[in-house]
Ligand binder design. Structure first.
Ligand SMILES: NC(=O)c1ccc[n+]([C@@H]2O[C@H](COP(=O)([O-])OP(=O)(O)OC[C@H]3O[C@@H](n4cnc5c(N)ncnc54)[C@H](OP(=O)(O)O)[C@@H]3O)[C@@H](O)[C@H]2O)c1
Length: 216
């Protein structure tokens, strides 16, 4: 697929982009600044020369892609989506955003009683389908393609076909995607981030994760 990653200059977006590129997808790294997006893409290509990775500004990235990933901090979600809203019409938006507290990421705070993913869906309207995924993974090891990610990924959304696409993207990035129900359940996946940050700090590790048991 041709995948744009808004905020793909950060750890989470760049790491996922590298893994998806390694799996054969075409990746467009988006940034507020086209030049920064290009630099980030070159950095990733240096790790994987044969990969199809380019960089540009968020608006152009969203325009060029068939699937768009939102990988900016929660505080930047609304303004970023405002910029690309028209380009997302008819497309699938995968959001990895988790609204952790601004100062204490290890403490969970649900903003305005609605998940970041549902806020994105409200902002974009029904013309864009939103799926929430990949919140509860640690970005730390993503760029190490040899590293086996030891976690499952909760995938929340309102359409089965969209979730199947995203579950395949989880597989492509080396993780098992779990259909975790409606987009309304995204608040639980988003909340897990603070729990896992706390676990990382308490146990002095870098990538605590979750596993769903009881299914094959
Ligand atoms: N890091 C993790 O382990 C992890 C794991 C799971 C989920 N997540 C989620 O993934 C998202 C990205 O995480 P990250 O660690 O990669 O974040 P990050 O490095 O802080 O930010 C990612 C990119 O977002 C853009 N950005 C930052 N501040 C902005 C602002 N005020 N306005 C507009 N754009 C801004 C920047 O891109 P440009 O300057 O290039 O525009 C930045 O490189 C977050 O929502 C986070 O909760 C992170």
């Amino acid at each position: 697929m041709k995948i744009a990653i808004l905020g793909g200059t950060g750890d989470e977006g760049a790491g996922l982009g590298l893994r998806w590129a390694a799996a054969g997808h075409e990746i467009i790294i988006g940034s507020r600044l086209a030049e920064k997006g290009m630099r980030a893409a070159l950095d990733l290509k240096a790790r994987l020369p044969q990969a199809a990775i380019t960089g540009t500004d968020n608006l152009s990235a969203a325009m060029l892609a068939e699937l768009v990933v939102l990988a900016v901090p929660y505080q930047a979600q609304e303004v970023t989506l405002d910029v690309v809203k028209d380009q997302l019409a008819g497309k699938l938006l995968v959001t990895v955003v988790a609204p952790t507290g601004e100062k204490k990421a290890r403490v969970w705070r649900l903003p305005d009683n609605v998940s970041a993913a549902e806020q994105a869906q409200q902002q974009l309207g029904d013309i864009t389908r939103v799926v929430a995924a990949l919140q509860s993974i640690g970005a730390h090891h993503l760029k190490d393609l040899e590293f086996q990610m030891d976690c499952d990924v909760l995938v929340c959304g309102d359409k089965g076909a969209d979730k199947r696409i995203v579950m395949q993207l989880c597989e492509d990035a080396g993780m098992r995607g779990i259909n975790a129900g409606a987009l309304q359940n995204a608040s639980v996946a988003e909340g897990l981030v603070s729990v896992l940050v706390a676990v990382n700090i308490i146990y002095k590790v870098k990538s605590a994760g979750i596993r769903i048991t009881g299914i094959d």
